[in-house]
Design a protein around this ligand. Structure first.
Ligand SMILES: C[S@@+](CC[C@H](N)C(=O)[O-])C[C@H]1O[C@@H](n2cnc3c(N)ncnc32)[C@H](O)[C@@H]1O
Length: 414
């Protein structure tokens, strides 16, 4: 099997940066791809804005060829080129399904839910391997019925003939510069050599899970199991799933699921301090990022602990409370999770004390890129505020880079 990839929800190309170990941009603004993965197709479309900053960044770095800027919902999935690996980071949405009104036999998910587009690609292209990324909340959503959404997802993969492995990885625990916790999901068709090896044997959460091999765990705790074969189909799971949330790592083989909580084997820390010192080379003058004196009170208030009386929409009054946050950031630790609101006047934005300037300041866009392990200036194709947003949406590319050699070996042995 060849190392061919289709990238969905490509954003500014985090999966590609990771798989092809990209750490630099050349003089023509193109990414220097050191890896062997051929991206046969990528799709990125931002429905909420006219400007397509992410798409433009991706094409500046990788060229226009094979890159689509169409709403994935409108893409004819049969026309996507064949590939060995399908990758993508997609949102946690409501994955419940209902019986289709137009077709008695069929089922229908809610409109605009991007997982159903992934499913359509899998049906049309029979992608042998799939690597996805999502927020860890996916494992326990929705709040009203814990675990239902992930169970729907697993049952969908099962019905399409896939085995699935997953793991919540906190990049900060594995020598990377951000404490970002995300769930990574690896699915593979059951008719592959790779899958045959684990067929019919007792599953071992350490041995048979690609993630736990690469991001070692100290211990698997509270191992639990469930059998999705007890549910007739995806509709049955959607209506009747009862088990509860899924734990941080797990596997599904022929509908049988085992899952467990893990304690990570923590590796040395890559601190925010180190990022600040690397970024000096790219941002000599950081004065413009200093927080204004007249806004200091506001920042202090946002970062501080508070108890506020609020009134809900039905007239109920309640106390909203939140604890205080480090202000400025503790730079001896990896950065906290970066959100799309990074850089704005917001409680979650990182504020650091700049020792040279002797002032409090926001992070620069380059620092945000470094925290997500993108090459410096990767997103300088767009306005600053969009650069922060793109990094909040992206992933720690180092995780993908670390999985890559193993993935390559697996795919090349097919
Ligand atoms: C979580 S982000 C993924 C970011 C990406 N992994 C990266 O490294 O930048 C999800 C992406 O899906 C895109 N998206 C949202 N709705 C879409 C749609 N209907 N069709 C295609 N892309 C869509 C968003 O614009 C966003 O870039």
């Amino acid at each position: 099997m060849k190392l061919t990839v289709a990238e969905l929800f490509a954003g500014v190309g985090g999966f590609r940066v990771g798989l092809n170990h990209i750490s630099e941009i050349d003089l023509e603004n193109r990414a220097i791809e050191k890896g062997d993965w051929e991206f046969v197709w990528a799709n990125q479309y931002e429905p909420s804005t006219k400007a397509q900053h992410a798409f433009n960044c991706y094409t500046t770095r990788f060229g226009l060829e094979n890159h689509s800027n169409e709403d994935i919902n409108k893409v004819n999935k049969d026309e996507i080129p064949d590939h060995s690996l399908l990758v993508g980071g997609f949102p946690c949405q409501d994955y419940s399904v209902a019986r289709s009104l137009s077709n008695e036999q069929g089922i229908e998910g809610k409109k605009g839910v991007l997982f159903w587009d992934i499913k359509e690609v899998l049906v049309a292209k029979k992608s042998p391997f799939v690597l996805l990324e999502n927020v860890d909340r996916l494992l326990k959503s929705p709040a009203s019925r814990r675990g239902r959404d992930f169970a729907v997802m697993l049952k969908t993969f099962d019905e399409l003939g896939y085995y699935v492995q997953w793991r919540v990885i906190n990049a900060g625990e594995y020598a990377m510069p951000q404490k970002r916790r995300r769930v990574f999901i690896f699915a593979h068709k059951k008719n592959l050599n790779y899958s045959w090896k684990i067929q019919g044997q007792k599953l071992d959460i350490n041995r048979d899970n690609i993630f736990n091999d690469i991001f070692p765990i100290e211990k698997a705790l509270e191992i639990e199991s469930l059998d999705l074969n007890e549910y007739k189909d995806v509709l049955d799971v959607s209506n009747n799933f009862k088990e509860g949330k899924f734990l941080e790592t797990g596997m599904m083989v022929d509908g049988n699921v085992i899952h467990a909580r893990v304690s990570a084997k923590v590796e040395p820390i890559f601190s925010l301090e180190k990022i600040l010192s690397i970024s000096r080379k790219y941002n000599a003058d950081v004065e413009e990022y200093a927080i204004e004196k007249e806004k200091l009170n506001k920042w202090e208030y946002l970062k501080g602990s508070k108890r506020i009386e609020r009134t809900s929409s039905n007239g109920h009054s309640y106390i909203y409370s939140e604890g205080s946050m480090a202000f400025p950031e503790k730079i001896e630790e990896p950065a906290r999770t970066m959100l799309t609101s990074e850089g704005t006047l917001n409680r979650s934005s990182h504020i650091v004390f700049d020792r040279e300037m002797k002032k409090l300041r926001k992070l620069t866009p380059v620092e945000c890129e470094l925290i997500q392990m993108f090459p410096p200036n990767w997103t300088d194709t767009m306005p600053k505020r969009n650069r922060y947003f793109m990094m909040g949406n992206a992933l720690v590319t180092g995780i993908i880079a670390r999985i890559e050699p193993k993935l390559k070996k697996i795919i090349e042995s097919e």
